[in-house]
Design a protein around this ligand. Structure first.
Ligand code: SF4
Length: 667
């Protein structure tokens, strides 16, 4: 599908431009062919912001792995008053070549299907005020041009805009990819010696943690230093994909390199069966079980073909969510790891640099062993103090989302966590910090290592060597420059937080940046409490749920009437720990439903999803995008808040001893 774009870009007079406006009626009219807009008709403020990849291609659309099939349901997740704004084939049949939105186009998961849905519907140019980093990279990989509203204004005035206008702000390697028409044509031109990679000039300089890891992995000659904006080819230590994405990786490699393709270092890569493991339990997914079966089958075929590590389900049980298992078993300090999922950033808790990539980039890097990177800027959070009782790392992230991500201070930067406060956080709590970097639209996150990093890893992987890990780990140079600044976060000042579901029908998106303290949201009755996912299915999260459940049970309480409380383990290790420590018995006495390891409600593919728009969920997952976990209204909160709310029946911050206070004294 990819071919080189012309040196001068102009609009095709037989094609149309689609404006994604906040007013859904205007979108409907454009899709129906009753309205054509130009940049003179709308302001940027009238355009939809935060168009997320779940809206562009909701999970069920990704059950297809061929882009042409995916495109038929482009924007199927854009729901207004219970109806799909884009019926099947609407984008394709609209004859559009340009699609226009507001700020932060493509936030959310790393799914490249979002770009494929547009491209295979005929879209050649995406216009937005800003793009989420992974989504932008996926556009580049697929050869879809990106520009701001000023460029569209010129195109609509009939101007031929030089191709350079579409890449002038990009690094030299990205420029080459765009000019070649996408990542596969670029990789082939590189292998054929048709293009040279420019080496950035860089002298010795103090570096952040992320910069140090990239400098170590840089290919080619030159000093072992990098600076933000440098375009470099870097060796990749390892990675993984899961059954939602592997089929595409396999399909693309077969298409590009033939059915006998090989990959570079299969032992360093892995496949996981985690995302769709409980799809059978979701009534609305029953119609997709054949497609889900095909995805599983194609992943097995890929694993057998390549010999990558296999974390498949055995007898219907998953070994766990890929990011949780990867930090337990695959990721070590100082490594550079890429995987086909936006929460790959979670691995940064092990003092590694990890982030999510699309299927095309992943296919390319496992084929060649390296990838291209524009060295990102960094922002540093110097943690001091200690969390108060009842407050967790999740509250810290909801605080950072509100105060740093919302004003875009974390956008496309690596979030680095350093300072004495780090040592007061367990490895699991550090993993919560790094996991939610993607909700901050950050490139990744990395936590400074200490002895507890090595202890935790050695407990799970005795073959590792403490001294080697110390040598491999990175810490920022004292004079390192942070474009996003260095911000002290006193953990003791953080309060229990939620992210509320907004009001998407009135242009207030459901977004993890909708932060508020629990006190601020007033009384919010709930029907579902869910504790699980890669963010909140770890051992410490189970300890949090158990702490609350035990107190409640001892006070004679059960989960509140009319509320379901579901807890899902992040991995087999977490489940085993919970069993050994007697948590399961407490959960059973409290009336909590326990679900084996894997993804599930978090992505609308397991027990715990809402079933109607009026249901309110409080959930310890990482995303509250409308429709992702069912049609209801979803509040994000900490594991402690989720558990406390399950027993009170309304969103409630946990206080140690709160249930004992509710006991009526005898006599
Ligand atoms: S638990 Fe949810 S957020 Fe985490 S990897 Fe699975 S689907 Fe993605």
């Amino acid at each position: 599908m990819s071919k080189k774009p012309p040196e001068n870009v102009k609009l095709d007079p037989t094609k149309r431009v689609l404006f994604l406006t906040k007013d859904p009626e205007l979108i409907k009219k454009q899709l129906a062919g009753e309205l054509d807009l130009s940049m003179d008709d709308v302001t940027v403020d009238e355009l939809l912001d935060d168009v997320n990849t779940d809206a562009m291609t909701p999970a069920w659309v990704c059950f297809d792995h061929k882009p042409e099939d995916i495109a038929r349901n482009a924007y199927a997740g854009l729901i207004v008053e219970g109806e799909r704004l884009f019926p099947t084939d609407a984008l394709k049949d609209g004859n559009f070549e340009v699609i226009v939105s507001g700020y932060r186009k493509g936030v959310g998961s790393s799914r490249e299907t979002a770009v494929q849905a547009e491209k295979w519907s005929g879209i050649k140019i995406a216009i937005a005020a800003s793009f989420a980093p992974i989504h932008a990279a996926n556009n580049v990989s697929q050869g879809v041009l990106m520009a701001g509203h000023d460029v569209l204004r010129r195109l609509q005035a009939g101007e031929e805009v030089p191709l350079e206008e579409f890449y002038k702000h990009d690094d030299p390697i990205t420029q080459l990819i765009i000019r070649q028409g996408g990542l596969f044509p670029f990789a082939k031109a590189l292998a054929a010696g048709e293009i040279d990679i420019p080496q950035p000039e860089i002298a010795e300089r103090p570096m952040s943690m992320a910069e140090k890891i990239l400098a170590r992995h840089k290919l080619g000659d030159g000093a072992p230093y990098v600076k933000p904006g440098d375009a470099v080819l870097v060796e990749v230590d390892g990675g993984y994909s899961h059954e939602f994405t592997t089929a595409q990786v396999h399909y693309f490699l077969e298409q590009e390199y033939g059915s006998d393709y090989e990959i570079k270092s299969p032992g360093h890569f892995a496949v996981f069966e985690d995302h769709l493991i409980y799809a059978e339990e979701v009534p609305k997914l029953r119609g997709f079980l054949d497609k889900i079966g095909t995805l599983r089958e194609l992943q097995r075929e890929f694993q057998a073909h390549t010999g990558v590590q296999d974390f498949a389900a055995r007898e219907g049980r998953s070994p766990g969510i890929c990011h949780e298992v990867a930090r337990e078993k695959l990721i070590a300090p100082g490594e550079f790891i890429l995987a086909t999922d936006s929460h790959t950033c979670m691995g940064g808790c092990n003092n590694a640099l990890t982030w999510g990539v699309g299927a095309t980039e992943y296919a390319n890097l496992i084929h060649s062993g390296f990838t291209q990177v524009e060295v990102p800027e960094s922002i540093r959070f110097e943690l001091t103090g200690e969390l108060s009782p009842g407050v967790t790392a999740k509250d810290v992230m909801l605080h950072l989302l509100l105060h740093y991500a919302k004003p875009q201070k974390t956008l496309n930067r690596v979030m680095e966590f350093t300072g004495p406060g780090v040592s007061s956080l367990s490895m699991d709590e550090r993993a919560t910090l790094t996991n939610m970097a993607t909700e901050c639209s950050a490139r990744g996150a990395i936590v400074e290592a200490d002895e507890s990093t090595y202890d935790w890893l050695l407990e799970r992987r005795p073959e590792l060597d403490r001294e080697e890990m110390r040598q491999a780990s990175v810490r920022p140079d004292p004079e390192a420059h942070y474009d996003g600044g260095v911000h002290e976060i006193d953990l003791g000042t953080i309060r229990p937080m939620v992210a509320h579901p907004g009001d998407p029908d009135r242009g207030i998106p459901s977004d993890p940046t909708n932060g508020a303290t629990v006190e601020e949201i007033g009384e919010v009755p709930i029907e579902i409490a869910y504790g699980g996912s890669c963010t909140a299915g770890k051992i410490d999260d189970m300890i949090f749920y158990h702490q609350v459940a035990k107190e409640a049970v001892e006070a004679g309480l059960q989960v509140a009437d009319g509320v379901q409380f579901l807890i899902q383990f992040g991995s087999a290790e977490v489940e085993e720990y919970s069993r050994e420590h007697g948590f399961l018995a407490t959960f059973a006495r409290a009336g909590i439903r326990v679900i084996p390891p894997g993804c599930g409600a978090c992505i609308g593919c397991g027990p715990g999803v809402s079933e109607n728009p009026d249901q309110v969920t409080v959930s310890a997952i990482n995303r509250n995008y409308k429709g992702r976990s069912g049609p209801g209204r979803l509040y994000l909160a900490s594991p402690l808040t989720v558990a406390a709310s399950a027993f009170t029946g309304k969103i409630t911050a946990y206080r140690p001893g709160m249930f004992a206070e509710m006991l009526v004294p005898a006599g």
